[in-house]
Design a protein around this ligand. Sequence first.
Ligand code: ADP
Ligand code: MG
Length: 232
Amino acid sequence: MSFLELKSLTKNFGGLCAVDGFSLDIAKGSVNALVGPNGCGKSTLFNLITGTIRPDSGEVLFAGVNITGRPPHEIARLGIGRKFQVPAIFDELTVRENLIVASRKQNDRTAQADILAQIHLEDQADTLAGELAHGQKQWLEIGLLLAQAPALILLDEPTAGMTAPETRATAELIHRINRDRGLTVLVIEHDMGFIEHLACPVHVMSKGKILKSGNFSEIRNDADVKALYFGT
Ligand code: ADP
Ligand code: MG
C-alpha cells in the first residue's frame, strides 16, 4: 500500500491551471524527488498535500486516510512535516533551545543528540541559531521538523543557496534520516547534481502534471525531459 497517494489533484488559480490532474504514489520509507521548471506547480502541490490550499478536485490519502481539505494543523498532527524555502528558526535562541521549542515533549537530551547528529550540528548545540552558516540554518529547520516526529517530510528546495559541499551533505542528511528513522521523504529540487547524489526515484513535473518518472539516468537521458528541463 502506498503511504502518500495523490489522486488526480487539480488546482486552478483564476484561468491558470497550476496543478492539472496530478497523480503519484509514494511508498512508505522511500525517498522521492520532484523536479520541474519554475512555475510548473511543485510548491502548489505541497500546499495541496499540507492543507494550505484545497484542491478543486482530486484526493490526498495519507496512510490510507483521506486527508483532502483538512486544515494544516490537523495534517501536521497526523505526521506530515514541511520545510519551506526560507528557514523559520529562532535566531536569538541556541540550536538546542530551537529543538526544545519545536519538540512536543520536554527537554529530551537523547532525542536532541540524535537529531543534532543527523543534521550535522552536534558541535553547535549551544550556538545561537542566528550565528549559523546559511546551510546550517537549513539543516536546523529540518531538525525542527524531526523534533515533531513526523512520518513524512516534504522539503521544498532544501539546498537553495547552498555551497557544493553543503549540498552534498544535505543529500547525506536526507539518506540518514530516511535510514535511521524510516522517514518517508518527498523533496522538490532544482539542482540536478543534488538529485544525482540522492539516487532516488525522480518525478518530472511539467505544466501541473507528471511528464516522466524514473531513476536519475533514465530522466537525464529522456528526450522529453531534456527538451523541457535541460533545454537540449
Ligand atoms: P513551482 O513551485 O513549481 O515554481 P508554483 O506551484 O509556485 O510553481 O506555481 C505554479 C503556478 O501557480 C505559477 O504560475 C504561480 O504563479 C501560480 N500560483 C501559485 N500560487 C498561487 C496563488 N496563491 N494564487 C495565484 N496563483 C498562484
Ligand atoms: Mg516552488
